[in-house]
Write a protein that binds this ligand. Sequence first.
Ligand SMILES: NC(=O)c1ccc[n+]([C@@H]2O[C@H](COP(=O)([O-])OP(=O)(O)OC[C@H]3O[C@@H](n4cnc5c(N)ncnc54)[C@H](O)[C@@H]3O)[C@@H](O)[C@H]2O)c1
Length: 445
Amino acid sequence: MQGSPASSTRVNIRPASGKLGILTPGLGAVATTFIAGVESVRRGLSQPIGSLTQMATVRLGKRTENRSPLIKDFVPLAKLSDIVFGAWDPIPDDAYTAAKNAGVLEDKDLEPLKDFLSGIVPMPAVFESRYVTRLTNTTNVKSGKTKRDLAEQLRQDIRDFKAKNGCDRVVAVWCASTETFIKPGPQHATIEQFERAMEANDDAIAPSMLYAWACIMEDVPYCNGAPNLAVDTPALIELANQRGVPISGKDFKTGQTWMKTVIAPGIKARMLGLAGWYSTNILGNRDGEVLDDPASFKTKEEPKLSVLHTILQPEQYPALYKDFSHVVRINYYPPRGDNKEGWDNIDIFGWMGYPMQIKVNFLCRDSILAAPMVLDLALLSDFAHRAGMKGIQEWLSFYYKSPMAAAGLQPEHDLFIQQTKLKNTLRHLMGEEQITHLGLEYYAS
Ligand SMILES: NC(=O)c1ccc[n+]([C@@H]2O[C@H](COP(=O)([O-])OP(=O)(O)OC[C@H]3O[C@@H](n4cnc5c(N)ncnc54)[C@H](O)[C@@H]3O)[C@@H](O)[C@H]2O)c1
């Protein structure tokens, strides 16, 4: 044995034949940037920059073997040409109009795609303004006597979409607004209690949970790009396990938190101390407006705060990380639109306790960072499903600020550990040796 687990045999994986439907609850900035980008790549107008499934390679075997195929050539993923898009949104705008309003992409990129984007019209959403308070023009909404009725209508939408577009398979990625903060309660404890609560129109059952339930019931893997609970409850995890459907979440790891999960492991690797980390953002898109509501921001704040704690493990390293201050602010500032600006001030200390500061000023574009993640999550979740994987997909933690983990397990936040886990899962499923970097000949290139 040369420091690597014995090679596994390849798991039986159904081929990616036929069309793959990608459904997004939400047709706003992220979803339209994702759809426009895929179409632009399909027409040869852009490169899929930021997408691991399209651009990253994976090293196989020993370094001396010189085998580093592209992930998409190594793993049987659906092809971009086989993707069909659909969405739900309470705002009736088609994808072209929604993309224009979102203001992420410039006319020079949008206009050539107008014919295609105008054809994507959102299905009526399950929506209640009490869960997302800052939206207006929400006229494209389903009605039903109970939440269960509404969820059954979502199931019918999925079946109709699949039939109309001749899809072999469908996956869903939540790209809708962040809902208000809900704590898991007895309504989310078991499948029976969850279904009873749907029938009783219980307030603890948010629209995102109805989408998640409907998708799992229809054999549709569900990825949660926002921080609301949605599929992260014992009831829906159990349902996904029972029905053999992959699920993952929560909250795309794009801007400031992504930076944190890059920088914090570096500080810890060098055993430097942290006195405090202050993060502030200005953001002017609709997501920023929704997050201006304290109840929606609370949903977002929790995952943002937990990241540093889990990476730095203050219990294990009290001399370095006990009681560091961590403050996160998001301020809605309309002039910036989707182009967020974030500032981080990091107070660290080194040898003999001497203080130092790191300042990060990140001028990022949220939806440009999130769009390739939607693509990767959809393709990898579909692949996982065909490989017989079910329930929480921890190997997709790479994409999330607040990764779902099995009960009693701490989620992994370190981006580099997450990346290793992702690639090792692909190697394992394809019957290649996992790479542990233990032996010299296994040293990563
Ligand atoms: N862009 C990023 O970097 C990033 C990172 C992490 C998380 N997110 C999350 O992704 C989500 C989408 O972000 P965005 O910038 O596209 O926001 P957005 O406001 O532009 O779009 C959200 C869309 O969801 C719709 N919506 C609201 N409730 C809905 C429901 N119940 N069913 C269907 N549609 C519904 C809204 O009408 C809107 O069109 C947000 O929750 C955001 O917090 C984004």
